[in-house]
Design a protein around this ligand. Sequence first.
Ligand code: BT5
Length: 324
Amino acid sequence: QSPIRKKLLEAFRQANGEFLSGQALADIVGCSRTAVWKHIEDLRKEGFKLDAIRKKGYRILHTPDRVSQNEIHLGLNTKSLGQTIYYEETVPSTQKLAHQYAQNGAPEGTLVIADEQTEGRGRLMRNWHSSKRTGIWMSLILKPQLPPQRAPQFTLIAAVAVVQAIEEVWDLHPEIKWPNDILLNGKKVTGILTELQAESDKINSIIIGMGTNVNQTIEDFPQELHSIATSLAIEKGQMIPRSRLVQKILEKLELYYEIYMKEGFSPIKLLWEGYAISIGKEITARTITGEIKGKALGINDDGVLRIQDHSGHIHEVYSADIEV
Ligand code: BT5
């Protein structure tokens, strides 16, 4: 992504659908009018629709439903999250790629996003179905100066951000199933996978993988997911531009990440509890070491789930699959 392209898109964003003259654009981005024209031609090739009217200049009429740097940067209102974007049409897994970028010194806020994943994964190496151009498959790199034990909280911060983004952009009302599922009408619309590169006492990078089903129809999912998965389009009854949602998720995540770094986990916890299902209910938690049945009391200040079994004993569960 050239800096000129980024400035150009930012100028169009600020113009908010109004015309900008070729000269004004040239001044803003600091290049010649011919160079501006070339960039505009490139945008057209990528599916942007631009009006060009003599004496008035250019304006953007339509942005394509793609999730490459251009579409995301046009209208992105963040300081650091998503300011660096690596977009690929197809990758095995954005998570895997983000690990590599993080290792090679990618700055905080770097986003890795793809239109398709051929080996998308969930927790415990499960598969994450990521069909082409239908969803948001992305991994975000953060570099908080924190001890590694704080990492699970990032799944909950991300969950709050995604829920609020979906609420604000599409007026749907998702719920969170601890620790990492976002549901609409009881079916999974988003899964979150938080991973770490850390030393014993400090985090180097946190990699937050977020997979959201956006424009799938039910036939786009494999049979085994029909009863457990849904997409925003299925719930809303209309197709949805993915880049808008990516922007909103990044904006919300930046906001709550900042609050979290300043004020700690308690403000996030409050919000999270407002969206959580299964708190206060009888649940079964399947962990890798066994099953715990009991009442979900809530999460503690580390984001750990507390379950009281029938003998009254309280278990603290770091990761599990929950059944209500
Ligand atoms: C998750 O795991 O929910 C975390 C998913 C994270 C995916 C993102 S996409 C970008 C980044 N790159 C990656 O490679 N991964 C991350 P878990 O809680 O283990 O749930 C996995 C289970 O969800 C599977 O076993 C299926 O039952 C179900 N599942 C698979 N694909 C799904 C989909 N597209 N929608 C809903 N459910 C799905």
